[in-house]
Design a protein around this ligand. Structure first.
Ligand code: ATP
Length: 243
């Protein structure tokens, strides 16, 4: 397994337990979906993995995180990025006044080699023809779907081994939702990385995932192969709108 969470607990403000002993695993290849309603603890789980909890507010108070067999529970966020863990936060946080290419290059300046970065940015652009078409626009003027693609593209600049996506379909028009999920499926199939996908859009996520976990109130209440979860009557009733 590439990523393992073993009984991880996250407490906010010393009192509120947002994640209550979550255990889950993500292999080095393919997509794992993390599903659940608003406030279930999905984003908090991702932040525990990337280390992006604000230390003065949220703390991992129990459990361990392993990445490629190594205990990363206490590592700084930048060290986790260096190991290959990248987290695309909810809400398409691109630099609005930079072009798509400048956004991609901004992800790598600290790593030095500009020529290698430019080459990598070209590869990322190949994957997102829409971004190439909008090459001269400031990112703030791109559509929601294009900004989401740019946020994913920027994450790919670091050549990650694990990419975590927080609600990539949030707020997008239905045809763009399909396009984003297609793109994620392609990235997972072609680049050989593990994907941990947080979604409220359970049907679309389970359509491209191999495995899924359902969390409620900070704990895993169900997990299994994606096809089984799609057929599960409880999941259908609560998360897929019945049928
Ligand atoms: P959503 O889909 O709405 O983002 P989620 O499943 O990702 O939901 P989290 O954002 O992980 O849920 O939140 C889990 C719980 O922790 C919620 O009750 C939320 O109010 C609380 N919470 C989240 N972030 C903080 C914070 N920085 N400080 C205090 N409580 C927080």
């Amino acid at each position: 397994m590439l990523l393992g969470l073993n009984n991880v607990e996250v407490v906010y403000d010393r009192v509120f337990m947002a994640v209550t002993g979550v255990s889950l695993q993500v292999p080095g290849q393919g997509i794992v979906a993390l599903l659940g309603a608003n406030g279930a603890g999905k984003s908090t789980t991702l932040k525990a993995v990337s280390g992006l909890l604000k230390p003065e507010r949220g703390l991992v108070t129990k459990g361990t995180l392993t990445f490629d067999g190594r205990d990363v529970t206490g590592l700084a966020p930048a060290e986790r990025v260096r190991l290959g863990i990248v987290h695309v936060l909810e809400g398409r946080r691109v630099f609005p006044h930079l072009t798509p290419m400048e956004n991609l290059m901004a992800a790598t300046t600290m790593h030095g080699d500009r020529r290698a970065a430019a080459h990598r940015a070209e590869e990322v652009m190949e994957r997102f023809p829409r971004l190439r078409q909008r090459a001269r626009s400031e990112a703030g003027y791109l559509s929601g779907g294009e900004q989401q693609m740019l946020a994913i593209g920027r994450a790919l600049m670091t050549a990650p081994r694990l990419i975590m996506l927080d609600e990539p379909s949030l707020g997008l028009a239905p045809h763009l939702v399909d396009e984003i999920f297609d793109t994620i499926a392609h990235i997972a199939a072609e680049t050989g990385m593990g994907v941990l996908l947080v979604e409220q859009n359970a049907d679309a996520a389970l359509a491209i995932a191999a495995h899924g976990y359902l969390i409620e109130n900070g704990r895993v209440v169900m997990s299994g192969p994606a096809a089984e979860l799609r057929d599960n009557p409880d999941i259908r009733d609560f998360y897929l709108g019945g049928g």
